[in-house]
Design a binder for this molecule. Structure first.
Ligand code: ATP
Ligand code: MG
Length: 200
């Protein structure tokens, strides 16, 4: 007798500015996908992040994210944030993704630095109904989920990669290599489009 029922798909959501995307982002997504038995991780480049200035044009950040994730069949990239006008808030990201995939269970992936800020995010008390949150370790930041609802937030230790987009941008600006910090195609994309050479 056929007794199996299909479980809801489990979708990771990796939000970020990705200016540029680097191997710290990719390892975090891969580790959470493995540990939480996810079917897919959707990378969501932000539109205009409300806390950051001088961010590269969203189409560059989107294309670098596509290039970096292209070889993984379980990684996809969404335009929901870059196609929405105005500053990006995670509450809107999750609502849009839930509308697109009403049957999916969402897992929002965030590094130790970002999770420490969640209580300052817009409508943070509504976030927990939309997704389970997975906070991953990040070098230089203490991983703590104190003050967050324990049923809705998990912690995961991931291999420590001391890489940040800020450091990658500084390296390009000062002529230092970013090989092996970001995927090869992203190194070439940065060079081709002269990104991070000077910033107004
Ligand atoms: P920037 O220096 O411009 O802020 P970033 O390296 O912090 O860039 P973001 O795009 O801001 O990258 O980060 C997106 C998400 O990825 C955040 O949740 C962040 O905590 C997480 N993240 C970034 N780098 C790492 C890393 N090396 N290890 C684990 N998580 C990371
Ligand atoms: Mg950051």
């Amino acid at each position: 007798m056929e007794t199996s029922t299909r479980r809801a798909s489990r979708i990771g959501v990796m939000g970020g500015t990705f200016d540029p995307i680097h191997h710290g982002h990719l390892v975090a997504a891969s580790e959470v996908a493995h540990s939480f038995d996810l079917d897919e991780v959707v990378f969501v480049p932000t539109g205009q992040p409300w806390q950051k200035k001088d961010v590269s044009p969203s189409e560059h950040r989107y294309l670098m994210t596509v290039i970096a994730t292209a070889s993984n069949p379980d990684f996809t990239v969404s335009r929901v944030d870059i196609d929405r006008d105005g500053p990006t808030y995670t509450i809107d990201t999750l609502k849009d993704l839930q509308r697109e995939r009403p049957d999916a269970e969402l897992f929002f992936i965030t590094g130790a630095d970002a999770v420490a800020q969640i209580l300052s995010w817009r409508d943070h008390d509504e976030l927990w109904d939309l997704a389970h949150f997975v906070a991953v370790s990040r070098p230089g930041h203490v991983l703590s989920t104190d003050g967050l609802p324990s049923d809705d937030v998990s912690q995961l230790e991931v291999p420590a990669l001391s890489i940040s987009s800020t450091d990658c941008r500084e390296r390009v600006r000062s002529g230092e290599p970013v090989w092996y910090l970001v995927p090869d195609g992203v190194v070439q994309y940065i060079a081709k489009h002269h990104l991070y050479r000077s910033r107004a």
